[in-house]
Design a protein around this ligand. Structure first.
Ligand code: GDP
Ligand code: MG
Length: 348
């Protein structure tokens, strides 16, 4: 009896000492948290204590060239960016498709920008994002961020969204949307950015590793549409300049914007949708240099964006938005490529 109460007293005394020690060390000294990053030299540290919100970070960005380190299963982080407007009907399909991607999901972050939507796009996105946080670890994405920014851009009911004069105004808003999304979502851990429109409904599950393995600065597959028995080219914004298109631009006023597919202004570009199986070449990974790209499905080395290639909402070499991005990337010394035989499909 006496023995057991001594043991109890010693136990209580030891526990009190431990608690006192814990209390003093945790309340008076700052704690350092290490967030996991792609390699040891690029860790983020944040120092906090209970009296202030003092915070600093050190990030080594010397290894952000997007060349995945095979020995490091934390490298190769991809940010998938998608602008959405009035798109509630595409959201389930979009998530089903990204969920099927065979690229490691813990290296995929998703970023969305929703604008001017009254159809429940935001609510549906939040609901799906919430669901994704409850899946098994191996299926869970690194992060999902939803941003909302309204531009109050609405076409009059009699305006056709693809009519020539409407197109430039619309592309200007799209450019601002993409820039807003990029600046909000891109962080130091991302090595690649995949721009993937919400209405791209079919693509290979292996898309990410296949595109990344080609190691290009900017790379676009060929975006087609298909029905049950037919298919055809969709994205006309992937193109090459030609001697005729350069000639046309020689005497053009600087602020003249060019867009493809309008009889009012024939641009003489060579479109990638017309290059599929050209000269009998059926190699899936056959790559051609491009001068303009669309944004339906476009892989960009994150460094290209960081260096300053954005989506101009003003005429840059006669282009705005995604084609403007291609022109900016080229002006920065990067190369832009397309895969005429590698197809992804847009909703029709
Ligand atoms: N955030 C935002 N997304 C938009 C806007 N307009 C279109 N989108 C989205 O951007 C993507 C491309 O737009 P879409 O109208 O399909 O372009 P198109 O296929 O080239 O005619 C789709 O995912 C749309 O939902 C906008 O003003 N703001
Ligand atoms: Mg579309």
């Amino acid at each position: 009896m006496l023995l057991s109460s001594r043991i109890q007293l010693t136990g209580i005394a030891l526990a009190s000492c431990f608690l006192l020690y814990y209390f003093f060390t945790s309340s008076s000294l700052p704690s350092v948290q290490w967030n996991s990053c792609s390699d040891d030299s690029s860790r983020t540290s944040s120092t906090t204590n209970s009296h202030s919100s003092n915070h600093y970070s050190y990030i080594n960005m010397n290894n952000d060239n997007g060349q995945s380190d095979k020995n490091n299963n934390e490298s190769g982080h991809v940010l998938i960016l998608t602008p959405f407007k009035q798109s509630v009907q595409f959201i389930d399909r979009f998530f089903d498709n990204v969920n099927k991607m065979t690229y490691p999901h813990h290296l995929i972050s998703l970023g969305f920008l929703v604008s001017d939507s009254t159809d429940g796009t935001i609510e549906k996105l939040r609901e799906r994002a919430e669901q994704e946080t409850r899946v098994e670890d191996w299926r869970r994405f690194h992060s999902i961020s939803i941003f909302q920014k309204d531009f109050k851009f609405d076409l009059a009911s009699n305006e056709d969204r693809h009519a020539f004069e409407v197109q430039v105004r619309r592309r200007n808003i799209m450019a601002k949307s993409r820039n807003t999304l990029l600046s909000a979502a891109l962080s130091e851990k991302h090595e690649w950015v995949l721009w993937l429109d919400g209405d791209v409904t079919d693509y290979p599950d292996t898309l990410l590793q296949e595109l990344i393995s080609l190691d290009k600065d900017v790379l676009v597959p060929n975006c087609y549409w298909h029905s049950y028995n037919e298919e055809g080219g969709y994205d006309k914004n992937n193109w090459q300049e030609t001697p005729e298109s350069w000639k046309l631009q020689e005497d053009m006023p600087e602020d003249q914007v060019l867009v493809e597919g309008y009889p009012e202004l024939v641009t003489h570009r060579k479109l990638m949708i017309d290059m599929r199986h050209e000269n009998g070449n059926t190699d899936l990974f056959h790559a051609v240099p491009l001068d303009g790209v669309g944004g339906t499905c476009t892989l960009v080395r994150a460094r290209v964006h960081r260096d300053g290639a954005i989506f101009p909402a003003f005429p840059f070499h006669h282009q705005v938005e995604t084609e403007g991005l291609a022109k900016m990337a080229t002006s920065l010394g990067y190369q832009v490529w397309g895969l005429p035989n590698y197809l992804v499909y847009h909703f029709i």
